[in-house]
Design a protein around this ligand. Sequence first.
Ligand code: ADP
Ligand code: MG
Length: 568
Amino acid sequence: MADNTAMVDGNLLIAKSLKQAGVEHMFGVVGIPVTSLANRSVALGIRFLAFHNEQSAGYAASAYGYLTGKPGVLLTVSAPGCVHGLAGVSNAGANAWPLVMISGSCDQKDFGRGDFQELDQIAAVKPFSKFSAKATDIKEIPKCVFDVLDHAVAGRPGGCYLDVPTDVLHQTVTESEADKLLADAESCRKPEVIEAVGQSEIQKAVSLLRNAQSPLIVFGKGAAYAKAEDALKKLVETTGIPFLPTPMGKGLIPDTHELAATAARSLAIGKCDVALVVGARLNWLLHFGEPPKWSKDVKFILVDISKEEIELRKPCLGLVGDAKGVVEMINKEIKDDPFCLGKTHPWVEAISKKAKENVSKMEAQLVKDVVPFNFQTPMRIIRDAILGLGSPAPILVSEGANTMDVGRSVLIQTEPRTRLDAGTWGTMGVGLGYCIAAATASPDRLVVAVEGDSGFTFSAIEVETLVRYNLPVVVIVFNNGGVYGGDRRSPEEVTGPHKSDPAPTSFVPGAKYHVVMEAFGGKGYLVGTPEELKSALTEAFSARKPAVINVTIDPFAGSESGRMQHKN
Ligand code: ADP
Ligand code: MG
């Protein structure tokens, strides 16, 4: 029974609303005016992961949304905290991941006359968010909380924002009023109805696939988010159609599957005549679906939750809907009149032959132990150590230029949603936040980050957060002394009054990143040879405790800008 004399303030009412909506974790940085909101949430059983910087917390919340399918909740203080948090909101939007940022804001009566941390936060967030709400009175809190949470996951997921002014956080209602507000707001929530795509569209899709000479199934992180792995595997295996995952689609079907076209990517996209693309945008990552990478006559069948996405790309056939549901419908339609290309089909043979060739070429490079380390040698050792762990596979976090490029082709993904990388925006600095999100969302899995030294140092201090919560995260830093590595400037770029300054790409050579971890009581390793790296990995993987392995890489290995050289 509600106590009519006990009072509930805005902080507690937000915590109660979050709890009622099923929120289990929050990420953020506390301070005026939201400290009590964090404490109240913890008291109700929500785990609060306290960060050093809202940017990292925001990246964590975005990845948590992707991994769990529930909005990652980010809590920030007013103006500057909110602005730092925008990194997380925008990254969530770019990747189509659900996130809710809740920021305190200044007193409503003092807005416009220079209050402490004053900013029109609703306006500031607008370009980056899917939906925003401001609770201008305590009575609006439960509805606002449910609205932002529901919008974050509706349709194409994205970042949403809730603004809570200081005065509203301090307003009170009785406990019975609070209960009524919560119940009323709950009754107004409408579950999202995803309209099923028509049967005739499904038939068209199947007919296109059936009549194709060189069909391909491409899937991305939208399919991973939709948990479409079983449906996709069934489709691939019943039809014998080769598949190509995008970087974060890797693992939905194991990279080691015989129909994987990953190692024959150029051939697969260059020569396919029908491509079924599931939960992946035809953006820069897929060369806009255009020549010269794709054939000009390729027919695209796009499966996407977003109607706008399909309208933008103008595919041959668009199927709007949830990836899992749509692929299941396709499977059902095929079941009545099955077809399978078979291993001897010329297209399947060509892909398989090319993939095998490329894999053996790569292996020939990889088996050589190169010291001082290039990128390949340590990556192979890490790959083998990860494979040695078996199932459940660790979640791999990867960022950097060469480090991420080499990692994408060398490291092997065998389970769904076990790869987090720089994503649609190529965002650097996501690593530590993603590690914390992964360890929180999947407590049974080890988390292994393979990071360039630049990516790592965006948020290196969050290693303290790893230690504080004792998370099973092993961060491997490819230390080549800078962004892209050593100073690669041409003589005409090294001139002028500041020419004796280090290059804009350079960091202190031989930086002791492992000591940063040791400073907080975690485990640090400095390694420069295959034996040292193997032994550090064995120890760190079995300890399942926070560790940094600082790997010395030749500063002139790799290429400037990695794979994106032509753009820099
Ligand atoms: P990738 O980087 O792996 O290519 P993208 O982020 O470009 O992936 O594309 C993901 C796509 O998945 C987005 O267009 C998004 O609208 C879509 N999507 C998100 N959730 C779902 C879902 N449940 N079902 C189908 N598509 C989805
Ligand atoms: Mg570097």
